[in-house]
Write a protein that binds this ligand. Structure first.
Ligand code: 13P
Length: 251
């Protein structure tokens, strides 16, 4: 496995106080041979940037606008995220797709905006339970990937980070099985190629310190995208340790 990438998606959680506490709590991960990024809510990005400065922990945003700049009330531009020091930005998270009506085409434009701003997009893809039940998983994933690739280019997609997050496993307390994860990641890697840098492939969906080891053991897993468990410093640190083959017990 390449240097693993562990991203904590804090979603809409936290306060000025808790952001500082959480970053203090995970400070130890900076010493591990793992790339760690956190995605605080937009309003806390600047203070999180100040806090992680010089630590090696990277900053990421949860979304960005499909527009460059202008009269788009409530939107945040990729250039602004770059300005406060974001290295990564999530694009197409299933909560954005499902709850906020983000379409494949809008996501493709966001992806391009991220690249234009010099930020690496983390493209989230995944099927829901109904789609999996009718064996449409690959059809859905292919459509999500191809729409972005047709806009930004297959090569650009191949050099980004792809997070496979089956919707039915998010916040559900049960991950996809290792076999299910590997079967999907192999197909994504086949589609995008493994030449050059190749895409980094993450898994997300109820990742915890109890299941992270078996996920990291999969040949095509380059890292994980962690939701709920990233809000607990001890749990998130344990996942980062497992990424480099260390045990989270007994400390
Ligand atoms: P959970 O880890 O809480 O299931 O969330 C996954 C996720 O959506 C990360 O982006």
């Amino acid at each position: 496995m390449r240097k693993p990438l562990v991203i904590g998606n804090w979603k809409m959680h936290g306060s000025q106080r808790s952001v500082g506490q959480l970053l203090d709590g995970i400070a130890g991960v900076a010493d591990l041979a793992v790339e760690v990024a956190v995605c605080p809510p937009f309003v806390y990005l600047a203070e999180a940037a100040a806090k992680v400065s010089g630590t090696g922990i990277r900053l990421a945003a949860q979304s960005l606008s499909e527009y460059e700049c202008g009269a788009y009330t409530g939107e945040v531009a990729g250039s602004m995220l770059a300005d406060v020091g974001c290295r990564y930005v999530l694009v197409g998270h299933s909560e954005r797709r499902r709850l906020f009506g983000e379409t494949d085409h809008r996501i493709a434009r966001q992806f391009e905006r991220a690249l234009a701003a010099g930020i690496t997009p983390v493209l989230c893809v995944g099927e829901d339970a109904a789609e999996r039940n009718v064996d449409a998983t690959w059809q859905v994933l292919h459509r999500q990937l191809a729409t972005v690739a047709n806009a930004a280019g297959w090569e650009a997609l191949g050099e980004s980070v792809i997070a496979y997050e089956p919707v039915w496993a998010i916040g559900a307390g049960a991950t996809a099985s290792p076999a299910q994860v590997e079967a999907v990641l192999v197909r994504i890697r086949d589609l995008l190629g493994s030449g050059g840098a190749g895409p980094r492939l993450l898994y997300g969906g109820s990742v915890s310190k109890l299941n992270a080891a078996e996920l990291f053991a999969l040949p095509d897993v380059d890292g994980v995208l962690v939701g709920g468990a990233s809000l607990q410093a001890e749990e998130f640190t344990a996942i980062c340790r497992l990424a480099v083959g260390e045990s989270w017990k007994p400390w």
